[in-house]
Write a new protein. Sequence first.
Length: 250
Amino acid sequence: MKIIIMTLFPKMINEAISHSIIGRAVENKLVEIEAVDFRPFSGNKHNQVDDYPYGGGAGMLIKAQPVVDCYRDICRNLATDKPRVLYTTPSGKIWNQSMAVEFSKEEEIIILCGHYEGIDKRAIDEIVTDEISIGDFILTGGELASMIITDSIVRLRPNVLGKEESFENESFSDGLLEHDHYTRPKNFEGKEVPEILLSGNHKKIEEYRRANAIINTLKKRPDLLKTADLTETDKKILKNTTFFQKSVDF
């Protein structure tokens, strides 16, 4: 898989991809991540890529020409004729785990980092396939958002995670939050690990963890239960808990 990030600050990207799971994935050639500075495509000696918006208003806007020219240059070296291009913007669709799964199946992706007051709409119309937001808040630029998106995609690629880091039982993998986790010591400041986890009965442990995940979701993110794939047993657990909320419609 190849991910290309179009940015004005490639050093931010290069530093981030050199660590942890992403760093190992790059080192092991399981994924290729490249930060491309579109400033050199400005077409002027000062490498200026922004200008005042037509119609007035505060702030500066990134011009269409350097973005489109940079994109076309990138595409010359891609196998895909029309790669998916994600544009990080507060007005985009909120990124979630199912989208990460969808994009992890692509072989080539381009992420365009927004900046200032945004990018000339003509560039967006020309190259962008997906407008993406990581939440209802504003960042200085799209670099941090692009790395969050990249991390969530890369970790889903084959062989990136080992057994101990498996994503199969993580939060959102089945529409629920994750169950609680415990490790040594058994007793920490008077708080005991749930006895069932020490029983060695794997079937009962899985049942406990499933129930715990359902209750965690109900307490913290009840909105997820409306779309989660729940069994009849799951629904009985919900109806028997004191945290059950009538607003959750099955």
